[in-house]
Design a protein around this ligand. Structure first.
Ligand code: SF4
Length: 427
C-alpha cells in the first residue's frame, strides 16, 4: 500500500522465523525499502519505504525466504503456537490441515479479501484481544471452540468441535459467509438470518458446552516457558518501530543466547524463541541497550504513535519524535492509568480504540476518545507536553495521590484542555 515514504508491505508470519532468515529479511528491508520495520498491535510485520522499482525484488526476496503471502483467507495464529508449555494440544497440525484444505479448494472465492481465520492454541500468549472473522480456540481438552466475528469478548459463539471435525466446521462456516456476498465479514453473518442455517448445517459437528472462560490480558513482554525446556523472551519495539540494522543485531544477540528464531507478536513485540533459560537476562540486557522495551512497566508502552510525518503523506504531526519526547519528559503523568495516542490524522491507524488523551493532526486534542472523534479543543505540542508535566507534578505534590485517569475524569475535557494551556472548542 502507498504511504508518505513509499510503498509499505505487510506480512503476518504464523510461525517463528529462523534467525538467519530474519537477518536476511532485515537486509532485504534495508536494500529494497528505507530500513524502517514495524510490528503492529496485531503482530503483523511492516516494511516501509519500498518503491514501484524495488517492490518486485522485495517480493522475490520474501519468496526466496519462504515468507511469501499465504493463501486466502489468511490464517492468523496466537504466538508460540504448539511451543508454549501452557498448550496441551499442538494446534500446528490443525493450522497445516486448514492451509492444505484452502489450497485444494478455492475457499476464498466470493469471500472478502479481509476475511481471516484465527487459531488460538490456548497458551498464555492468547489472542483474545485480536478480532477475526472466524475464531478457533483450543480448550482445556482437545476440543476446539468456534466463534464468529470480533474479539473474544464480542464474538458470537458457535460451539465446540472435536479436532477431527474442526477443518470441516471452519470450511462450512466460511461457505456460509461466502453466501452473504463478497464484502461480508464474520460479524455480519453472526447478525444475519443465515446464522440459523449455518448452525443447522453444523449440527452434526457441534457439541454442546459453555464457551471458554475469558482470560487475563496477555503480555508478550517477559519470559515464556516452552515445552522443550527452553524459553521465549518478549521485548517490545518503542512506539512500534525499529530500523533493520538494530532488528538484525537483536537477532544476533538472541542467537548468541541460544535462540533459534524470532517471532513478531501482538502488542508491537518480538519474541526471541528458544533461548537457554540461563541466558535470558543476558538477552534482555542486550535488547534494553539497543533501545527495546524489556520491562512491562516501561512508560513508553503508554504512548502510542502512528508512523506520522514525514513517513505518512496524510500526517500533519511528527508523531514518533513527539512520542519519544512525551515518554522522556512526562513520566510523572504516565502513572500506568492512562494511554496517550499521537495520531498524524483522524484515521487513527495505530490505535482504533479510545485513549485518555489523543493528539490528532497538528493540534486537535480528544479527551477520553478516539482519533476520529471531534476534538474537544486545540493545543500546541509544546503545551501538550508541558501540560502533562504540570499535572503530573501537582499529582505528586498532593497528599492524596490521584491517578491521572481519575484527574481527567474529575476535571473533564474542557478542564483538561484549559489546565494544559490549550483552547477548548466552543460548545
Ligand atoms: S493515522 Fe493518519 S497520519 Fe497516522 S499513519 Fe495512519 S493515515 Fe498516516
Amino acid at each position: 500500500m502507498s504511504t508518505g515514504d513509499g510503498l509499505l508491505a505487510r506480512l503476518a508470519p504464523t510461525e517463528p522465523i529462523g534467525i538467519e532468515r530474519w537477518i536476511a529479511l532485515c537486509a532485504a528491508s534495508a536494500r529494497h525499502g528505507n530500513g524502517i520495520m514495524e510490528v503492529t498491535q496485531r503482530g503483523s510485520l511492516q516494511v516501509r519505504g519500498l518503491s514501484e522499482e524495488t517492490a518486485g525484488a522485495f517480493a522475490q526476496a520474501l519468496t526466496d525466504l519462504g515468507l511469501a503471502a499465504e493463501l486466502r483467507p489468511s490464517i492468523l495464529t496466537s504466538p508460540l503456537l504448539g511451543l508454549s508449555t501452557h498448550e496441551r494440544t499442538d494446534a500446528r497440525g490443525f493450522a497445516a490441515a486448514l492451509r492444505a484444505r484452502f489450497a485444494l479448494h478455492d475457499v476464498a472465492r466470493s469471500l472478502s479479501p479481509k476475511v481471516s481465520v484465527l487459531i488460538d492454541g490456548g497458551g498464555a500468549l492468547h489472542s483474545d484481544a485480536l478480532s477475526a472473522d472466524v475464531r478457533v480456540r483450543v480448550g482445556d481438552g482437545d476440543r476446539m471452540h468456534l466463534a464468529l466475528g470480533g474479539d473474544t469478548a464480542s464474538a458470537t459463539g458457535l460451539g465446540w468441535v472435536e479436532p477431527a471435525h474442526a477443518v470441516e466446521a471452519v470450511v462450512k462456516t466460511l461457505a456460509g459467509l461466502a453466501e452473504l456476498g463478497p464484502v461480508a465479514r464474520g460479524r455480519d453473518l453472526a447478525r444475519h438470518a443465515a446464522f440459523g442455517s449455518l448452525r443447522a448445517s453444523l449440527a452434526d459437528l457441534l457439541l454442546e458446552g459453555p464457551p471458554p472462560e475469558p482470560r487475563q490480558a496477555a503480555d508478550p513482554v517477559g519470559t515464556h516457558a516452552l515445552k522443550d525446556g527452553q524459553v521465549a523472551r518478549g521485548v517490545s519495539l518503542a512506539f512500534g518501530y525499529g530500523d533493520s540494522t538494530t532488528l538484525a543485531r537483536l537477532a544476533q544477540a538472541a542467537a548468541r543466547c541460544g535462540a533459534a528464531s524470532i517471532q513478531p507478536s501482538p502488542g508491537r513485540a518480538i519474541l526471541a524463541v528458544g533461548l537457554t533459560a540461563s541466558a535470558t537476562d543476558e538477552f534482555a540486557d542486550a535488547a534494553a541497550a539497543a533501545g527495546f522495551i524489556v520491562n512491562p512497566e516501561d512508560v513508553r508502552r503508554q504512548v502510542i504513535a502512528c508512523a506520522g510525518a514525514p513517513a505518512c503523506g496524510s500526517a500533519t504531526l511528527e508523531t514518533r519524535r513527539l512520542a519519544a519526547l512525551v515518554a522522556r519528559t512526562a513520566g510523572s503523568f504516565l502513572d500506568g492509568s492512562v494511554s496517550i495516542h499521537l495520531s498524524g490524522c483522524k484515521k487513527g491507524c495505530a490505535h482504533p480504540g479510545p485513549a485518555a488523551l489523543t493528539l490528532v493532526g497538528a493540534d486537535g486534542l480528544v479527551v477520553r476518545g478516539r482519533a476520529g472523534d471531534n476534538p474537544h479543543g486545540r493545543i500546541s505540542a509544546e503545551n501538550f507536553i508541558s501540560g502533562m508535566q504540570k499535572l503530573g507534578a501537582s499529582r505528586r505534590s498532593t497528599a492524596v495521590r490521584e491517578h491521572s485517569a481519575d484527574t481527567i475524569a474529575r476535571i473533564g475535557a474542557k478542564g483538561m484542555i484549559e489546565a494544559m494551556g490549550g483552547e477548548a472548542a466552543r460548545d
